[in-house]
Design a protein around this ligand. Structure first.
Ligand SMILES: Nc1nc2c(ncn2[C@@H]2O[C@H](COP(=O)(O)OP(=O)(O)OP(=O)(O)O)[C@@H](O)[C@H]2O)c(=O)[nH]1
Ligand SMILES: [Mg+2]
Length: 215
């Protein structure tokens, strides 16, 4: 993937190694948070994964850490209903509930969507939000809404295309072009897309290196 779509500069061997080391150590689950006052102390850098329900946030954390069952992934949209904190080395890696749709009562969904927005706009140690977009579907209105929230909050974000294994050649290029065009409107966005497949492992070493390079 990195070879065919060189918009993210291929990490140097030393950067790949730093990324590998960050996730090679013990990654542990810290806690699931259901309200802003339950967040752990903001005492270290953190990054998070946001995106529509079912886009592959939890699967990506499992791929990064090489531990299949660490973050609960599932075919049922709305699987992750709390802000889940993990440690990797000296940083927090945060798995978020999805937005968009879910198999849960409206009141419950509204509660966690509010929490999600408060978290995304008000966490001082949040250094970068990775917004995941399904390569097959491109950016939807709800993604635009979240990206605009991040613009307003001046929180830097970078888009990760997920499930690239499900698309090929032309279809993938078309989806990428559409997503790049959508990103151009967002001042808080990194212009470069990161292409990943948690299933096949594409882009995972690159993403580890990118995360390790944030400081
Ligand atoms: N083919 C393919 N399937 C994937 C990939 N990543 C995730 N999936 C599948 O997509 C489904 C949803 O994955 P999750 O990781 O649970 O998605 P999520 O974004 O955490 O979902 P919520 O917690 O409900 O918001 C699961 O069935 C995964 O197996 C990928 O790279 N390729
Ligand atoms: Mg999840």
């Amino acid at each position: 993937m990195e070879m065919r779509f060189p918009e993210v500069k291929a990490p140097e061997p030393a950067e790949l190694e730093t990324g590998r080391l960050l996730f090679a150590g013990e990654t542990t689950f810290v806690k699931g948070v259901v309200a802003m006052d339950g967040l752990p102390p903001a005492d270290r850098m953190e990054i998070c994964f946001a995106g529509r329900s079912n886009v592959g946030k939890s699967s990506l954390i499992n791929a990064l850490t090489g531990r299949k069952g660490l973050a609960r992934a599932s075919n049922t949209p709305g699987r992750t209903q709390e802000i889940n904190y993990f440690t990797a080395g000296d940083i927090y890696v945060v798995d978020l509930p999805g937005y968009g749709f879910a198999n849960a009562p409206v009141a419950v969904v509204e509660k966690w969507q509010r929490l999600l927005k408060n978290y995304l706009s008000g966490r001082p140690t949040l250094r970068r939000v990775f917004v995941l977009i399904d390569a097959r579907h491109g950016a939807k209105a709800v993604d635009e809404e979240i990206m605009s929230l991040l613009d307003r909050s001046a929180v830097t974000f970078q888009v990760i295309m997920t499930k690239v294994d499900k698309l090929r050649g032309d279809a993938l290029e078309a989806s990428l072009a559409k997503t790049r065009a959508a990103l151009a409107k967002h001042p808080a966005a990194f212009p470069e897309l990161i292409l990943t497949s948690s299933e096949k492992g594409d882009g995972i070493p690159t993403l580890r290196a990118i995360i390790a390079g944030i400081s």
